[in-house]
Every structure is written in structure tokens, then in C-alpha cells.
Design a protein. Structure first.
Lengths: 429, 429
């Protein structure tokens, strides 16, 4: 299939929150304590909430920048492409990139909202979290119906409140909850603790997918403080196998057979090995560990419960039948540094062609699987023939996608002595 | 190729140290402070060195036991198959299992000898470490020439001493050093610290492979204290990708082009994805991170420096050309719980047949790669036609390999409430 004929629904992108996010959805009583954007003396913009200060890390908003300017420095809004935080500009960028629809993970609250959970004032935290979710659903996604898969954040500190928020959002059409890879490493009960059951029940009842994004455990895969940053970048996706194993062997999916989990930005090429490893572990050990999947193998259980995704993964596409044709979705990762926006369709067409992916298979990967797992129907808003890469790019017209330098000269780009320990504490979401 | 015609050299097995290990090789002045075996009140045997007490964990010596009896309890010598710690019995087990030669990692000192490094008396520690190495080379390997790839331990606390020990052992024909996946997590300088250079230089000069075994970082992949133990078992092999990334991006292999590294017990099926990830990371990021491999890709650098291995890995065999036909070796993992001894040849023949592995390719995987990487020549001791699975099994005669219960009734086999935190601190080697 040619790139121009594909229909692309991305299950992993990111938004940078605009400064006015809390103006309309937060009750007045909380407004003076809401998270706010502050311009620092060094010229960067940070979000401040209580005592926490969260920079926008450069690597998280590099779409459209020269690679020489990628980096981990704090960034100001005007140093980012506007599509990072302005939804109208985002849709123009999506059109130019041939992307029909997008699921956008949060930035400053952390992928799972742990910034809110860390605030001691739980009434305030809950109000802020709900305002964030309302903004995300009503304004970000609502501005362009059919162009965004809506997603919610949960109050991590209380499973009953989390369940209530899932049900509140589901009534607004939200079928994705962004959650942590590992609640235990964030200081909450682990996946194996029964106290989470109200949340699993709500997700199951409302057909809401637990979307766990790499890096959301609060623990970056950092080998040593003086390791090159390339080590950390390399290791992020496979690190999510810890979440996959943790949930696969847990009581959770045995007790909640309708629970669905997405391994967001986790890649796919390692999955077949992982499934073999699961089955071998079961075969060699279940007689003494007490694991029991009845007449099924762990790899079959995985395929029932887990959605995987990739940006461009030649090995994963070659092994797609070992992963499961109903378990693979595509992602763009705009505006992060792993994205190949705006030429992602051409990249995907190339790797899919090399792997001999059929048109039917590609339709599942590019949009059908995402639509089914996330109960998302963009075709209710526009007919499929207006959803293709070619049709969207025609809509984009002459929208500027040129690579531009946003470098203000403010930042030392020698990148000498990047402190990975400091970075890990700041960048982990 | 049929199982009976294969020649099998295993690059990852384990020995349990016999109680009399230090009787002959430790200078008399140290002998009363040598590590010793103590029988505990609960009937288990432990090694004691200074204030440290190290149990033999059940999972580490389960060869020939029913799977129902696998477990993580401390074990007594008579509850193990004799081939775990008696080299003559080991060779009979190897013959019965069709294995020509074996590289045996240590047990009680930890895979990288961190028990010795933890002792405050460094003179004693060095004497004990050298005695261990001499025992391993002269007695364990020396008892049956051509049947074992000799391996040494390094004094982790001093790179100059480590280099000297590498050179001392190389003069005795040792071309493998067992080392930690991550010196930083053990409290030593990281791989990126120049203080290790004397060791890298000695390894390069003497053509000694740095063999890093999974689990040797001192950090098991444990998601939460209450996670099922299946989680940890599943995650161990892929966790070694951290060591691979740490070394691949380091200055070490740029400065020491002759350095060779083995990812012991790391599996192979995840390697092609990992190589893609390395190359994509380089492509997207090297302009700002400053990585420079000249005109080579990171995946090519990997193939120059890294040996991988597997027990039975259908995905790895299917993708063998993406890994590199000169970079894959086979392992038996006797007497650990992942091993399929004594039917490993049949298991390998089955997975290799399913993947369409040719005879030439299988020869590389089963023995030629191991022989070249580890400068090991078993054919100097016996002609190849006497090295096949069939020939060795004929030598074994009616050696008993039946699955036998060693259960003394001492241990609660309900395995309820296995404490992963406690296990991690005890089992990590």
C-alpha cells in the first residue's frame, strides 16, 4: 500500500499544556492555587504547582527542529512548534503529516498524573485533576471532533476516586486512562494489591483501556549517573516489559477478564521473544509457583489483554503474526524526538512494504485495531475517503512543515556533562 | 541436523562449589579465615565468609528434580544432584546430556565474585579469590581436559589487581573473565570511568572475553515486593540489555577495539529489535549527544564486540541473520531451572529444524562460535567424531539421569508468601 492511501490513527502522541489550561474548568475557590506557568530568569517556562516546578524538557517538544538542536534543556513556549500546545495548529500539523487521529498523553503532570498525586492538599489535587480532564476532553479533543482519542488521568492516591473518575469520564465518551507502569515505584500499592479492585472494575465495566506509557514508573532505565544519555534513550521502550510481566502474572487479569492494557510507546519487535519467555517460564515453573491459566498459555492471555504499538519497527512487522494481528497499533509520537513527523506515512509504508504486510493487515495496524481497542469511531465525523493521508494533506494546503531553528542562543548546546541523575528526576513522567 | 550428530559446547552452565574447595589452593596463613560450609539448624548448608552467609538456592541446583520440587529454599548438598558440585559426576551428566564442553559460572561468590569484594580484609579477599580461580582452573577444568572452558574471577575492588589476575590466568590458558553487568550498582566505578582502563587493556591484550551474566548487577528485575515470582523469572534475560547498551555507547569499546563481551544467559530473540533501536537512537540523536562511530552503525559495532547465547529460542533462531551468524552460541544452563538437561540436544534440534537452520549455521551456533570467541579447542583433546551427542551418550552408558525426588520433607513446598525483597537480596549473584 502506498503511503497516500493509508488511514493513520496514532495511539501515542503528546501535548504540551497551554498556559491557560485551568482558566475555565477549575472552580473559582481553587483558582489561585492552580498550576501556573512561570517564566524563569534563564528564559525558560516552567509549570509550578505547590512546591513542585516542572520544566518542559527540550526532547519532549522537538517536532520540526533540526536534530542538532535536540536536547534536554528546559524550553520556553516560543521555542516550541506551536502544534505542541495549540490544538488548531496541532490539527494542521496532523493534516500535513497525514494523521487522521491522535491520542495525546499529558506532559507536565507526568504521564500518569503523579504531580497531582504528590500534592498534599487532596481536595485541590482532585479539583485540578478533574479540570485537567475536562479541558482535555472538552477543549483539546472537543475542538476537532473525530480527530482525537480522548484520555483521562486518574487520582492515583485513591482507587475509589479513580474508579469514580473513570466512570465520570466514560459518560463523556472517554475510553482510555493513562496510568503508571508501576504504582509501587511511585509509592502506591502495587498492581498485586487488592485495593485497586474498584479501579479495575470500573475500567472493565466501562470498556476503558489502561494505557501505560513507557517512563511512567518514575524510574528511568539509567545504568549509572555518568552513562551517556544514549543508553537511557535506547533502553526506554524495552523497559516497559516489566509492566507487561507484572500485569500478565498478576491476579488482576485473572479476576477482571475484560480489562485491557496498552503498552504505549513500548515498541513491538521484542514481543515475540517476550511471549516465548512467558510460555517457557510457565512450562518450567508453574507447578511450583502456582500460576494457573487453565487450558491457555500465557502468550494467549497476553493477546487477549494487551495492545502493543510501534513508530517504525521492521522486526515487529516481520514477526507480526507472532505478536497477533489484532494486537498491534501504530503511533506517531509527535512532538517527541522519536517521531518522524511529518514523513511518518512514508516511513511506515517503507517498513511495511519490506515486511510484506498485506493491505488488510496494514488497515488493522494503521487504524482498525486502535478504533476497536479504544471504542473510537472517526468515521462518524468524516467519511473514510476523506481520512487518507492524501486527503488530509490536501486539506493542509501549504501549511509550513519546514525544519526550523528555534534556538535563541540561550542554551549551551555542547551537552557536556549531562547529569543523568538530575535528568531522571526531572524528565520522568 | 539430527540431535545425535551435533557437537555441543555450552557457554553458560553453573557449578556449586564443593566444601573442600579451599583446602589445597589457599596459603596456610589464610586458611582459618577461608569461606567454609556450615550446616544450619534447618538442615540446609550455607557458605560463610566473614559476616556473610550465602545459601545454595534451590532454583540454582534443580537438574534432575521434578518440577513440583523447584523452589527458592536453601538447600543441602545431599538434596542436589551430585553433578552440581562433583566434577567427575558432572562430566558423566554432560556425556548423558550430549554436551562436549561447558563454561561454569560460580555460585556462592556471586557471578562476579562480589562476595569477595565485600570483605574488608583485602589481602584475605585477594588470596581467597586467587585460590578460587586456581581451584577452578586446575581442579574443576583440569580434571577433564577439553571438557571445560576455563573462567576466572576478578578482584572488583582494584582494576590494577584485576588486570594482573587476568594476565596471571591467561598464562594458564584462561580466556574468559566473569564480570558484573553493572559495576556501578555494586558500588564500584561505572563502565564509563577511566579507572577501569587497566582491566580493559589486559582483556584486550590477552584475548579474554568479558562474560557478563544476567543477574550480576546486584539488581534483580523485581517490580514490587508482593509481585509473583514468575515476574522476576520472566524478566531476567532481557534485563541484560542494560549492560549491552551501557557498554555499546561507552568510551570503552571505542578505546579498546579488541575488547569482547559475552551476554551470558541473555537470550537472543530480543537482539534484532535492540539493534534496530540502537541504530534509530544513533540516527535520531547522535548529532546532539556527540556519539561517533565513524562510518559504522551501532548494530555493526555490536556484532564486532558482543557474543549472545540462548538455551532454546525459536524467535532468535528465526532472526539469526539479523543477529549475526558469528554472534550466537548455545548454552545448557545446567543445573539451573531454565535448563532442559538431559534432553537439550533434542530441544535444540527441534527449534533449529523449525527455523530452517542449515548444518553450517548450526555448527557455528553449537560449537564453532564458542570455540573462536573463547579461544577454546576441545579437538586438541579428542577428535570431532568422538565429540558428538551420540558418541558422548555412548560413553555415558547407563548413567542414571532419571528424574528423582530429593525432597527430605524439610521444606514447606506451598511457596506461599515468597518474599521477593528477601529473595532478591539473597539470590542475586
Amino acid at each position: 500500500m502506498e503511503a497516500k492511501d493509508m488511514i493513520l490513527v496514532s495511539v501515542d502522541d503528546h501535548l504540551v499544556e497551554p498556559p491557560d489550561l485551568f482558566q475555565r474548568h477549575l472552580p473559582a475557590a481553587y483558582r489561585d492555587r492552580a498550576p501556573r506557568v512561570v517564566r524563569k530568569d534563564d528564559g525558560s517556562d516552567v509549570w509550578v504547582f505547590g512546591k513542585a516546578e516542572i520544566p518542559n524538557i527540550g526532547l519532549n517538544a522537538v517536532a520540526g527542529r533540526p536534530k542538532e538542536e535536540y536536547g534536554v534543556e528546559p524550553t520556553a513556549f516560543e521555542e516550541m512548534r506551536r502544534g505542541c500546545w495549540d490544538v488548531d495548529e496541532r490539527v494542521k500539523d496532523m493534516n500535513a503529516g497525514g494523521v487522521l487521529a491522535s491520542m495525546c498523553f499529558p506532559s507536565f503532570p507526568g504521564f500518569s498524573g503523579r504531580l497531582f498525586a504528590a500534592n498534599a492538599d487532596k481536595d485541590l489535587a482532585l479539583a485540578v485533576l478533574r479540570a485537567y480532564n475536562d479541558w482535555h476532553v472538552d477543549e483539546w479533543c472537543g475542538a476537532h471532533p473525530g480527530r482525537f482519542i480522548p484520555m483521562g488521568l486518574a487520582p492515583l492516591w485513591d482507587a475509589e476516586l479513580a474508579a469514580a473518575e473513570v466512570r465520570r469520564l466514560a459518560a463523556k465518551g472517554v475510553h482510555s486512562l493513562t496510568f503508571t507502569e508501576n504504582p509501587a515505584t511511585l509509592g502506591f500499592p502495587s498492581y498485586h494489591d487488592e485495593s485497586w479492585d474498584p479501579l479495575w472494575r470500573a475500567l472493565s465495566d466501562e470498556q476503558v483501556v489502561l494505557s501505560v506509557h513507557l517512563g511512567s514508573s518514575g524510574q528511568l532505565a539509567v545504568t549509572a549517573p555518568d552513562a551517556p544519555i544514549d543508553v537511557m534513550i535506547t533502553l526506554q521502550p524495552m523497559n516497559i516489559c516489566q509492566a507487561a510481566a507484572d500485569l500478565l502474572w498478576s491476579r488482576v487479569i485473572k479476576r477482571f477478564p475484560d480489562l485491557r492494557v496498552a503498552l504505549s510507546e513500548g515498541g513491538t519487535g521484542w514481543i515475540p521473544y517476550f511471549l516465548d519467555r512467558l510460555d517457557r517460564t510457565y512450562d518450567m515453573h508453574h507447578l511450583w509457583t502456582g500460576q494457573d491459566f487453565g487450558d491457555r498459555k500465557p502468550s494467549e492471555v497476553f493477546r487477549q489483554h494487551f495492545l502493543t504499538c510501534f513508530i517504525a519497527d521492521p522486526v515487529g512487522l516481520q514477526l507480526r503474526h507472532l505478536i497477533g494481528m489484532d494486537n498491534i497499533a501504530w503511533e506517531c509520537d509527535y512532538p517527541h524526538s522519536d517521531s518522524s513527523w511529518p514523513t511518518a506515512p512514508e516511513e511506515l509504508a517503507e517498513v511495511a512494504g519490506a515486511a510484506g504486510v498485506t493491505e488488510d493487515e496494514l488497515a488493522k495496524i494503521t487504524h482498525q485495531n486502535a478504533m476497536r481497542w479504544y471504542s473510537f469511531d472517526p468515521f462518524a465525523h468524516r467519511p473514510p475517503e476523506q481520512c487518507t493521508v492524501a486527503a488530509l494533506r490536501a486539506e493542509a494546503g501549504d501549511h509550513d512543515v519546514s525544519v526550523r531553528s528555534f534556538d535563541t542562543g540561550r542554551v549551551d548546546r555542547s551537552h557536556k556533562g549531562v547529569d543523568l541523575g538530575r535528568l531522571a528526576s526531572k524528565a520522568t513522567a
